[in-house]
Design a protein around this ligand. Structure first.
Ligand code: NAD
Length: 428
């Protein structure tokens, strides 16, 4: 049996969708593999004067609906299979939210926590140089992903403009506000997911005041989500980062956690130093330390994975107590876990819909970069809400029509739109 990899998992979801849509053989073949895979070893001079080489990737999955679009991730485990899967999900995602873009993803295999800021800049510029021929506002537009940020996007734009001798504000998104960035991009992923959750809660006649939420991951996506939910009256009962989490049935305060995370580097920083925790203080505050595995199985109504892929598997899916799962992370649930959750009637709002707010505001940034306009934060928020709710309704309609899960429905909506574009263009 082939090894279970992120791309094989994507293909399993895709195959089921292609069967439902009764696609032709050429259509299936075109969708089953990326259009282009670029791999280069990028070489930079490190602070000690020695040269170091890192494998780097750009996978361009499909551009039937518009230029390729997708982030760049810096992670020691980034490899071709993972980048392929993420690029494929991007193509589905842009189609689900109906923005005129395709799907791509990039990655560099290294640990950004083990190199200096100067070295990160050198690596980022080397990436922009190495892939400059494949990037561009009308070709392929990168953005931040895990361990990349607006500063890195600025270096990449600068390097790209130097290499190509062009002014290219729309060649990359997620830039700093003062250098072609958009209002609202930093909070867009969580904001988009929050709009969906509001709609879901209203549709199911639930009261936020009675809903307990668990969030795994307290980075860009997870921490902003915690703030939006807390402000809207939901009770965030647990949050975590790579070092573990804290849980209180009465609710935790994201503002306080953020403060301690900034100071100590960890969400448990108010109580713990490494694995040593002040149990007395925790008891007094009614909180306890939880591992990331325990966190997923805590009593709650809504579970939000916002860190890593493959965290909800056939090992823990039966033990999850949440009734709703909102996937801010990409690929957190395996197909086997999906099947278990479906049987248990747990509603999973899938990554290709739930976290599409980020790419949607990236699209707004691209529009602004091309037109020279600057949108207000209010306009970005309003447009994001419109796009997310339209996508949610399109997917929900498919759920009811086909009696399928939200993931299956989102894939059906996304794949159908990509295939329609391929047919119109005469590719198939
Ligand atoms: P980030 O780097 O800002 O934050 C990641 C968080 O996960 C950090 O708090 C980190 O401590 C935590 N983490 C790392 N390892 C962990 C572990 N083993 N257990 C628990 N937590 C762990 O990244 P982000 O931008 O917030 O992205 C998180 C997820 O959301 C990723 O899957 C990413 O692809 C997805 N996503 C992000 C965006 C975006 O705009 N930021 C858009 C779409 C999807």
């Amino acid at each position: 049996m082939p090894k279970d990899t992120p791309y094989l998992r994507f293909q399993r979801n895709l195959r089921a969708t292609m069967d439902v849509l009764k696609l032709s053989k050429p259509e299936c073949e075109l969708l089953n593999q990326p259009q282009r895979i670029h791999q280069k070893d990028i070489s930079v001079t490190m602070d000690d004067g020695k040269r170091a080489t890192f494998p780097a990737y750009r996978v361009q999955f499909n551009n039937a609906r518009g230029p390729y679009k997708g982030g760049i991730r810096y992670h020691p485990l980034a490899d071709e299979d993972e980048v392929k899967a993420l690029a494929a999900l991007m193509a589905i995602k842009t189609a689900v939210v109906g923005i005129p873009m395709g799907g791509a993803k990039g990655g560099i295999a290294f640990d950004p926590k083990k190199v200096s800021k100067k070295e990160i800049q050198a690596i980022s510029r080397a990436y922009a140089r190495a892939f400059s021929a494949y990037l561009g506002a009308d070709i392929d537009i990168p953005a931040p992903d895990v361990n990349t940020n607006p500063g890195i996007m600025a270096w990449m734009r600068d390097e790209y403009e130097k290499v190509t001798g062009t002014y290219a504000p729309a060649m990359i998104t997620g830039k700093p506000i003062g250098y072609g960035g958009s209002q609202g991009r930093d909070t867009a992923t969580a904001r988009g997911a929050f709009f969906l959750l509001e709609e879901l809660v209203e549709g199911e006649a639930l009261d936020p005041e009675h809903l307990r939420v668990v969030i795994q991951g307290f980075g860009n996506a997870g921490s902003n989500m915690a703030h939006f939910l807390h402000d809207a009256g939901f009770t965030v009962v647990a949050v975590s980062d790579s070092q573990g989490g804290i849980y209180s049935p009465e609710g935790v305060d994201p503002v306080r956690i953020e403060k301690y995370k900034k100071r100590t580097g960890s969400v448990t920083g108010e109580y713990c130093e490494g694995s040593v925790c002040d149990i007395g203080k925790m008891k007094m505050d009614g909180v306890r330390h939880v591992s990331n595995e325990e966190l997923l199985e805590l009593p709650c109504d809504i579970l939000i994975p916002a860190a890593l892929d493959t965290v909800i598997t056939n090992k823990n899916a039966a033990k999850i107590k949440a009734r709703y799962i909102l996937e801010l992370a990409n690929g957190p649930t395996t197909p086997e876990a999906d099947a278990i959750l479906r049987k248990r009637r747990v509603k999973v709002i899938p990554d290709v819909l739930a976290n599409a707010g980020g790419v949607t505001v990236s699209y707004f940034e691209w529009v602004q970069g091309r037109s020279g306009e600057q949108w207000t934060a209010e306009r970005v928020d309003r447009e994001l809400r419109r796009v997310m709710l339209t996508a949610y309704k399109d997917v929900r309609r498919e759920v009811h029509r086909g009696k399928v899960t939200f993931r299956q429905a989102a894939f059906i909506v996304g794949v159908r739109r990509i295939v329609e574009a391929m047919r119109v263009r005469g590719w198939v």
